[in-house]
Design a protein around this ligand. Structure first.
Ligand code: AMP
Ligand code: ZN
Length: 471
């Protein structure tokens, strides 16, 4: 088939024509969430733009297989393998087991994706399902001389590679490391950038999840998860790998190092990275403790589709600053746009020539490195075009296969409104929970959260205090 998509490839630092390994078929991999907390709307910007990539490929006629991991073990608080396991941190924070935390936040993540019309990948695989695969990879890397055991951990030896910094240059690397919150030095490493493939004793005094391995009881490093899971489901040759820009170094750099050393050949041809969503204080991040979630936007009265449109108005390779002022403007524009589309009459026949002309324009915008704001402009231009309503309606419906902003959904499902007495009861429970937390009675605080949940009320701790919603 004709390959028309041009996309920026981090590997070559150029916008390139996308040509998959097998004509018409695409193997796509997405780094999934670390499920120790809610996803913030910055994480979701990345998943949304990757969703646009997947839907664009499908719209152009490719047969796409998309795989995503769920990181439920091995991601330490610093991406450079130091600090505490994020999952353990989440479990301690909420007085739950790691698996309970993983299940809860995996479900919450997919619920957020549903609200933002982000399609669920064809394969979703938690890291804890694939321990055997990771152990096998580490064994092969040791056999081939790319790894060594030190201080009872297994490390990848970056000095064995001709080129390690394939995705970034040194200056950028230092820049990114500079923002990491943890600078602990691991004395077991032979080279500064060596990274852990398998952790044993040195790291897991209170690690909840551990498995037997040839190097002792332990758990996998974070990077090996994505190599293992993607090779398991997509084979030795992958077309496109996605993530946020903070994944470029060290995560994706390390994935390439270990996958290509393991396979003995080039692994993935295209690397797509989404730039960050920032707030006034800088990059939105879960480790800062306070962040914006989809539920919080909803509790403030925003339709999640407004946030999706907010993201589509800017290019995925540019940082995007979030503000409620701009979100309000987008909400107003979105309301008008929908009114206009829903007002189109259904009478008449679709003009095939006009339909083809605008569909082509829409595809051209997306084929130009996923230019979603131009794609929206094509939508607005089309609504002004000299053609009948039926054609416009059909085009809007067609464009929404990629945009996914509910352009033709008549009535949004409204959350049920709470009556006054229920609202008063909820507020009372929230106050009671606050007191319990103050007194460090976490069991009571948890019990109150559970009681609320049983009544269909979900609560969330935010910078502005506790917010609640009926589910
Ligand atoms: P995590 O759950 O922390 O592993 O992150 C999930 C995804 O969100 C990764 O692809 C990150 O690169 C991406 N990400 C993290 N912070 C942001 C942000 N502020 N804006 C956009 N994407 C982000
Ligand atoms: Zn990954």
């Amino acid at each position: 088939m004709e390959n028309r998509l041009y996309i920026y490839n981090t590997l070559t630092r150029r916008v390139e024509k996308f040509v998959p390994n097998v004509d018409g078929k695409v193997g796509m991999y997405t780094c999934g969430p670390t499920v120790y907390h809610f996803a913030h709307i910055g994480n979701l910007r990345s998943y949304m733009m990757e969703d646009i990539l997947e839907k664009t490929l499908r719209y152009l006629g490719y047969d796409v297989k998309r795989v995503m991991n769920i990181t439920d073990v091995g991601h330490l608080s610093s991406d450079a393998d130091t600090g505490e396991d994020k999952m353990l941190k989440g479990a301690k924070r909420e007085h739950k087991t790691v698996m309970e935390i993983a299940q809860f936040y995996t479900d919450a993540f997919f619920e957020d994706c549903r609200k933002l019309c982000i399609k669920r990948p064809d394969v979703v695989e938690p890291a804890t399902n694939c321990i055997g695969e990771f152990i096998h990879m580490v064994e092969v890397l040791l056999e081939k001389g790319y790894a060594y055991v030190s201080g009872e951990n297994v490390y990848f030896d970056t000095s064995k590679l001709k080129e390690y910094y394939v995705l970034t240059n040194h200056t950028e690397e230092e820049l990114l490391q500079g923002v990491r919150d943890d600078v602990e030095v691991d004395e077991n490493k032979r080279n500064k950038n060596d990274f852990v493939l398998w952790f044993t004793k040195s790291k897991f005094e209170d690690q909840a999840l551990k498995w037997d391995s040839p190097w002792g009881v332990g758990y996998p490093g974070w990077h090996i998860e994505c190599s293992g899971i993607s090779i398991k489901h997509l084979g030795e040759y992958m077309d496109i790998h996605c993530g946020g820009v903070d994944n470029i170094f060290p995560h994706h750099t390390n994935e390439i190092a270990q996958s290509e050393s393991y396979l003995g050949h080039k692994w993935c041809n295209y690397w797509m990275h989404v730039h960050h969503l920032n707030d006034k204080a800088g990059k939105m991040s879960k480790s800062k403790g306070e962040f914006l979630t989809v539920s919080l936007l909803e509790s403030k009265g925003y339709d999640p589709m407004v946030y999706r449109m907010f993201c589509l108005q800017s290019h995925y390779r540019k940082p995007l600053e979030f503000s409620f002022e701009v979100l309000d403007q987008v909400a107003a524009a979105y309301g008008k746009l929908k009114k206009r589309i829903l007002g189109l009459s259904k009478e008449g026949a679709v003009d095939a020539a006009v339909f083809a002309e605008y569909r082509r324009k829409f595809e051209d915008a997306l084929c130009s490195d996923l230019n979603t704001s131009s794609a929206l402009t094509v939508l607005y231009d089309m609504l002004k075009a000299d053609t009948n309503d039926a054609t416009k309606r059909a085009l809007a419906e067609s464009f929404d296969e990629v945009l996914s902003i509910h352009l033709l959904v008549e009535t949004e499902e409204q959350a049920p409104a709470a009556d006054d007495s229920l609202a008063a009861w909820i507020e009372e429970k929230i106050a009671e929970r606050k007191e319990a937390k103050k007194a460090k009675d976490f069991a009571k605080a948890d019990a109150i959260r559970a009681e609320l949940l049983e009544k269909g009320v979900r609560i969330q701790d935010t910078r502005e205090g506790v917010v609640w919603e009926l589910i």
